[in-house]
Design a protein around this ligand. Structure first.
Ligand code: NAG
Ligand code: NAG
Length: 468
């Protein structure tokens, strides 16, 4: 995949400034006018800069939320298409304002935000997502003084602003494995020293804002989105469309200390229609700690009462069965043979779990996937659980497809988390960089998907015994 090559290249070079140049080159393909020069990358010592406390020392220390004028200008401290981190972002009447006397140094607005209109195919649909002056504006400090008056109200801490419509928020994969994972990946570029155990200098977000999602529409069926957010960030406040409108209707200006803005439509403007590109693809090009996901993973596992202090006594192989879902299932006989082949591995000292996620509590699902070394199953939402696995060279995900079928979702997620992914077509398997093109052959969604249990079991053994 293009991003893989790009990222490896970047890490090899090491210099943050070169990264900027390379990024620029990479995105020139998408937008020849991208002229943004991120000021943070001018600093040679990126790491120490990144570790500056987010409660930036230059911020006035105010009571009652009011900031007197000379309020600071907006800094864009990170940006790739669809993901932008701002310090001192302003909001008035529902419009985000970047206050800057150097507008030429800023990314293009359409690469940062959109109208939040749902994503459908077609030219007219794409046009409707183009941001308007109601969504975001760049104004000078003089214009800001005229518009805001002499005081603005400060909203302290870190805000995760998700500008997406509810279209995707109702899906565990799309919200947790795409939006949250990518947002967090963007945010953690501010702490390159996150440890294996998830120690970070970054404060948790104080609030999520969903300006285009009404209360009640941000939920997958079983409530896993909520479970994850409430366990990863127990103190976080969540503001929905109505809250956004309430704040807007005060017609008073607000200043957010730090905002991590995610916008699916802006992200989609990147990568020149690269079919492997996902929402978070541009974000993966930014440098981060190898353990960037550990803070969330560990918080969710602790909340789920997985005892992480005890090393597992044997490797755990989990088959997430879809055979009771009635949709996209294995041939019944092949399912039986797979179970039999896996059971044989038990005698060789492995723990084997055949899981029907539908009949488990959320807590049980989390604990199980958090302690699994290999997770396998037919392509589908159940595989989203791979995000809770502890990434090691012996961690792997097997995804069963109807032969010749392939799509990137879980492969992308596994890649983002440095977990090895194997696609299976019956007895044949493949892994990156040898990936087939996206394809949905007849049978892809059906209930006659073949799998050769013996080949699957053999690959488990090979991986867990260190043969790969
Ligand atoms: C606030 O924004 C709305 C658009 O959402 C606009 O119709 C209205 O005129 C604005 N109010 C003021 C006072 O600018
Ligand atoms: C992926 O994990 C391996 C060890 O398992 C590590 O050496 C490598 O640096 C990791 N890659 C990234 C991009 O984090």
């Amino acid at each position: 995949m293009r991003t893989t090559g790009l990222r490896n290249g970047l890490l090899g070079i090491g210099g943050i400034f070169s990264i900027t140049l390379l990024l620029k080159t990479a995105y020139d393909k998408i937008d020849p006018n991208l002229s943004w020069k991120p000021s943070i990358f001018m600093n040679d010592d990126a790491e120490s800069f990144c570790r500056v406390s987010p409660a930036a020392p230059s911020l006035p220390n105010m009571r009652s939320g009011l900031v007197e004028i000379g309020f600071p200008q907006t800094d864009v401290i990170r940006h790739v298409p669809g993901f932008t981190i701002f310090d001192n972002l302003f909001m008035l009447n529902g419009t985000l304002f970047i206050v800057s006397d150097k507008p030429d140094d800023l990314p293009e607005i359409r690469m940062m935000t959109s109208t939040g209109y749902p994503l459908y195919h077609g030219e007219e649909e794409i046009r409707r997502r183009e941001p308007t002056p109601h969504d975001m504006q760049i104004i000078s400090s003089k214009a800001a003084l005229e518009l805001f008056g002499h005081t603005v109200t400060r909203l302290s801490g870190v805000t995760f602003l998700v500008n997406d419509p509810s279209q995707f928020a109702t899906h565990y994969y799309h919200f947790v494995a795409e939006v949250l994972l990518s947002l967090w990946r963007a945010y953690t570029t501010l702490d390159l020293a996150i440890t294996t155990t998830g120690q970070t200098s970054l404060p948790p977000p104080q609030r999520f804002i969903f300006p285009h999602i009404p209360y009640g529409e941000w939920s997958d069926g079983p409530g896993l989105d909520q479970y994850v957010v409430r366990s990863a960030f127990p103190s976080v406040a969540i503001e929905y469309e109505d809250d956004w409108l309430d704040r807007s209707a005060t017609l008073r200006p607000f200043k957010y200390d730090r905002v991590v803005l995610a916008d699916r439509a802006a992200a989609a403007r990147c990568c020149g229609g690269d079919s492997a590109a996902r929402y978070g693809t541009p974000v993966l090009t930014l440098p981060a700690s190898q353990h960037w996901w550990a803070p969330i993973r560990n918080a969710v596992m602790d909340f789920s009462r997985l005892d992480r202090s005890k090393p597992a006594d044997r490797p755990v192989i989990t088959y997430i069965s879809r055979q009771k879902t009635g949709h996209r299932m294995l041939k019944p006989a092949d399912h039986e043979k797979l179970v039999k082949a896996l059971r044989k591995l038990e005698k060789k000292g492995y723990e084997v779990i055949i899981a029907n996620m539908e009949s488990m509590t959320k807590e049980e699902q989390m604990r199980l996937t958090g302690r699994s070394n290999i997770i396998m199953g037919v392509h589908g939402n159940g595989l989203t659980s791979l995000i809770w696995m502890q990434p090691t060279p012996r961690t792997a995900v097997f995804e069963f497809f109807y032969p010749k079928g392939f799509t990137f979702d879980y492969q992308w997620t596994a890649h983002a988390l440095n977990i090895t992914h194997y696609g299976f077509w019956d007895s044949h398997y493949f892994t990156a960089p040898q990936l087939p093109p996206i394809s949905y052959p007849e049978g892809f969604q059906g209930n006659e998907i073949p799998i050769d249990g013996d080949s699957v079991a053999a690959l488990c053994e090979k991986i867990l015994s260190g043969g790969i």
